[in-house]
Write a protein of this length. Structure first.
Length: 232
């Protein structure tokens, strides 16, 4: 028996809150190929998940390799942060950027820097081999940004504060220019978009840290900063 033209057309989507939903047609209910079609859709979904996971791990490995982190403590916190942030909805827009982290042993606040690259410059850097390997990244992209975080302060024996520091600086680098704000907005829903656009720059940083699930780390960071200021 020949497969119907619609075979494998079922779609799996993830709703707000992480709830999975399978979308099918009305006629699927009485279709004799329903189970095979569902199995095919599930297989395609698993293959896509594996592809996304490889892409995520490749990007994390690239960030770790290109960043300059001197202490094991910060390195461990950075790896944990990257694994978490790339698993969130915001992970979709992170692939339009290359996050780099540089640890500088100075007791001053951390800094961030964004370097936009045009699509033509990016193509020159990547070369033909990268184009062939990742053709989906070429079309419809206006450019690419290298976002650099200079970590010039860390907190010994306070993992949460260091995680909060990294998270706050990443939130800040995306809140510091219109392109970063535009990318973040793509990961938000209706009322969140309106709220986020109304916030001032520092408010956006705090809001994003809570949105991304770094509330405890944010509290630990604020506590450490208060202690430093009180000791002056």
């Amino acid at each position: 028996m020949e497969r119907k033209e619609c075979f494998g057309s079922m779609e799996h989507t993830t709703l707000q809150g992480g709830i999975a939903e399978t979308r099918s047609r009305r006629e699927c209910r009485d279709c004799e190929e329903f189970r095979d079609c569902l199995r095919s859709a599930n297989q395609a979904l698993e293959e896509e998940k594996e592809k996304d996971e490889r892409r995520r791990q490749d990007m994390i490995a690239q960030i770790i390799d290109l960043s300059q982190i001197h202490s094991n403590e910060i390195g461990s916190c950075l790896l944990e942060f990257l694994n978490k942030i790339y698993s969130l909805p915001v992970g979709r827009v992170l692939f339009k950027n290359l996050l780099l982290f540089y640890e500088i042993p100075r007791e001053t606040p951390s800094l961030t820097l964004t370097i936009p690259l045009s699509s033509s410059v990016l193509d020159l850097i990547q070369g033909e081999e990268m184009k062939a390997e990742h053709p989906q990244q070429q079309g419809g992209r206006d450019g690419f940004s290298i976002r650099i975080v200079l970590i010039q302060r860390s907190f010994s024996n306070d993992r949460k504060a260091n995680m909060g520091l990294i998270a706050s600086e990443v939130a800040r680098v995306f809140s510091s220019d219109s392109d970063g704000v535009s990318q973040i907005v793509q990961t938000l829903i209706g009322f969140e978009i309106t709220l986020f656009k109304k916030l001032e720059a520092e408010q956006r940083v705090n809001w994003l840290m809570e949105k991304w699930g770094f509330t405890e780390e944010q509290k630990a960071l604020k506590k450490e900063i208060s202690l430093l200021e009180a000791a002056k």
